[in-house]
Design a protein around this ligand. Sequence first.
Ligand code: AMP
Length: 399
Amino acid sequence: MIRSIRDIDVENKRVFIRCDFNVPLDEFMNITDDRRIRSAIQTIRYCLDQDCKIVVASHLGRPGGVVDAKYSLNPVFKRLTRILNCNVKFASDVVGSDAKQKAASLENGEVLLLENLRFEKGETKNDKNFAKELASYADVYINDAFGVCHRAHASVEAITECFDEDSSAAGFLLQKEIEFSKNLLKAPTRPFVAVVGGSKVSGKLQALVNLLPRIDKLIIGGGMAFTFLKAQGMDIGNSLVEDDLLDEAVRVMDEAKRLGVKLYLPVDVVAAQTCSQESTMKFVPTQEIPKGWMGLDVGPASTRLFREVLNDAQTILWNGPMGVFELEKFSKGSIKMSHTISEAHATTVIGGGDTADVVARAGDADEMTFISTGGGASLELIEGKELPGVKPLNTKEEE
Ligand code: AMP
């Protein structure tokens, strides 16, 4: 089990909280979705109530170890201040003089947000010295950044070496993410249906393999479906395909059959000659994709089929869009999938940033049981991997 912030004593202490404030921004640096900031509030408020001195840190984007105003956490600072409704301080660097001076003068019940962790080269290199400098800000380390727990980065992994088990733990968000995924895979209410989509088989192959023995039905949509359709001998035109994985696709289908897992692929698609909003599109059965055309979304018959398949589900896990949902023209399959899942009388778990986006765009976010804040991290949990950021926080019995 993962150690919770509730299991350790944080009262009156200096606390370092690693959050995941990697929020989407528009070209004017406006935050377009602040879910990740709101998700971290519970842990920060808990520490405020415990009269802690709180240093909060996060990365944003991939500035590559150099200071770049485009990736400043300033917009996050403003939003955090508004949501917390208290005086938050902002340091213009991470381990420079401004951060050090502001951290040293923090009063109990105050919050200091550091600048983007990835402005420092040491962060993504899991550098021990950089981690030590971060650790020097605090007596207690809390990780609430599920979205980066699959990365061995300094503020996620190396830093844990500076704290013992009485002074390091998971925040509420991380704890919820880990427990939800574990319980979902360990004891799902049946029928358990997994809906998997997105662009590539390669990215999700291991997750599929790990899911198969646990699920009753598997729906495969999105670009990755075409590798499976081609492996069945179908002519898929110019659709996305990974020819080197055709054998793997056959293996997954064989394994599903062996385990008695019902596997469903799209029966029709929205096809176009180019992947653009302007291109002419048509609805065709998967057997009839014209030469030179590609499938960019699942079609209406597939949507109806998938709805039938999901009808009796008690647990649904959805990871990966059904089509190129970024373009309105090819978003219907994903939006309808979101509606179907949100209306199901089932435990519904959404994983992956793109899928969470679809659900938000469809207006279904409040109807889902759980939306994971981490894309790669939630996929690695499904794959059965131990996350480098989580391992050091596990209680002894678990290891
Ligand atoms: P992933 O990161 O593997 O989960 O893939 C997400 C991406 O898959 C999204 O950006 C979609 O636009 C893309 N995608 C979904 N369906 C298709 C498709 N039929 N052809 C090409 N790309 C797709």
